[in-house]
Design a protein around this ligand. Structure first.
Ligand code: NDP
Ligand code: MG
Length: 392
């Protein structure tokens, strides 16, 4: 019986993962080692009982009594706090889903890798902030990282049996998010509710806003560079409003392999769960005749400064990804709180990158996770300062 753990079980990716595990036989088919969540301990307790998890961990220490109460008499161990989540990652499992949102997902992912099993990586921040370290650690521990972000799963699948030498370019598709058809002048006044109205994908709130600003695509470009070890000038972004093609790989003989499917994260999660096999998955089948047409357009960098900043980060590499991500997280918090405008998020990230270039060696590769977390910490301070200045 395969053992599994899910970090971020109560989130959007976590729920889809849980759905697949339950359809596949749940506790009869898998030994569930650890499930973790944050605020939603009621749902975490339900999932832990359904999968008969060995341990359930909430990130929030204040919610431990509620979790304990919900799991009283079940024999499922309970724990709380960031350290407890990292300790849950020390429990060996054959397959681990990393789906905590934000930089909080970094440490558990690294700790889970050490057992040399399979790490299904949804937490894109891990590759953006610590890509080189992560790939080196995976090689050292003989662990396999399976990408879960739909674009990267698509690229991974298009590359099966191919030689990276023959790859000429990778084309990431982007829906363009909720505001893609807005005139540029209106974008500055976009509200959170408007940015949350994603046309195709149902996802967590933070990534949905990041889709509208294209910070999500910026993170994915950097993720592509780190995971596939491909030069930045071979990575392209194209807007594809229908979200049917999840990404493409172009080869030196002119062929382009595209991965198509309904926009449902259970496909890339299920691919990672069953890899290297393919199993039947409960995702809608495409009706191409009903779709009629697939359309594409080039992204306008004036609307999406995040894409330009991603190029800068790829040129700098080193610790700049950690700074970029942390500043983006702070800017997003301010946008959600109503204290920053939609277009000011990119300004905060740009200011933070240029300020930190004068304070730390941004281009130096991190040699430990602490280097990454240190850059993340400093960037959060500088980004908060930049946000406060802009707000005035
Ligand atoms: P959600 O916000 O829906 O879920 C996040 C999960 O992390 C929840 O279980 C949440 O707990 C938990 N969590 C929140 N903060 C912390 C913390 N500080 N420490 C520990 N756990 C925490 O996010 P998504 O599922 O949308 O995204 C998860 C990751 O996957 C992100 O990195 C995202 O970029 C990536 N991703 C998501 C996609 C999607 O379709 N949703 C697509 C591709 C990538 P609780 O809810 O109980 O508070
Ligand atoms: Mg994606």
């Amino acid at each position: 019986m395969r053992s599994v753990s899910v970090f971020g079980a109560t989130g959007s990716i976590g729920e889809s993962t849980f759905d697949l595990l339950m359809r596949d036989g749940g506790p009869e088919a898998y030994r569930c080692v650890a499930l973790t969540g944050g605020q939603n301990v009621a749902r975490l307790a339900e999932m832990a009982q359904a999968l008969r998890a060995e341990v359930a961990v909430t990130a929030d220490e204040a919610r431990l009594p509620a979790l304990r109460e919900a799991l009283a008499g079940t024999g499922i161990a309970c724990a709380a706090g960031t350290a407890a989540i990292a300790e849950a990652a020390d429990r060996p499992a054959d397959w681990v889903m990393s789906a905590i949102v934000g930089a909080a997902g970094l440490t558990p992912g690294f700790r889970a890798l050490r057992h040399g099993g399979k790490l299904a990586l949804a937490n894109k921040e891990t590759l953006v902030t610590a890509g080189q370290l992560l790939m080196a650690e995976a090689a050292r521990c003989e662990a396999t990282i399976l990408p879960v972000d739909s674009e990267h799963s698509a690229i991974f699948q298009a590359l099966v049996g191919e030689d990276m030498e023959a790859v000429e370019r990778i084309i990431l598709t982007a829906s363009g998010g909720a505001l893609r058809d807005w005139p540029l002048e209106r974008l500055a006044s976009a509200t959170m509710a408007e940015a949350l109205a994603h046309p195709n994908w149902s996802m967590g709130a933070r990534i949905t806003i990041d889709s509208a600003s294209m910070f999500n695509k910026a993170l994915e470009v950097i993720e592509t560079r780190e995971f596939f070890e491909i030069e930045p000038d071979k990575i392209e972004v194209i807007i594809h409003p229908e979200s049917i093609i999840h990404s493409m790989v172009g080869f030196r003989d002119g062929a382009v392999m595209a991965h198509l499917g309904a926009p449902d994260m259970r496909h890339p999660i299920g691919y990672a769960l069953n890899w290297p096999q393919r199993q039947t998955l409960p995702v809608a089948r495409l009706d191409l005749a009903a779709l009629g047409a697939l359309t594409f357009r080039a992204p306008d960098l004036n609307r999406f400064p995040a894409l330009r900043l991603a190029r800068e980060v790829m040129a700098l590499r080193g610790l700049s990804g950690a700074v970029f991500n942390a500043a983006k997280e702070v800017a997003l918090d301010h946008f959600i709180a109503g204290s920053l405008g939609f277009m000011q998020m990119a300004a905060v990230v740009e200011t933070t990158l240029s300020r930190l270039a004068g304070e730390i060696a941004l281009t130096s590769a991190a040699s430990t996770l602490d280097d990454v977390l240190g850059a993340d910490h400093l960037a959060r301070i500088r980004a908060a300062e930049a946000a406060a200045t802009l707000r005035k």
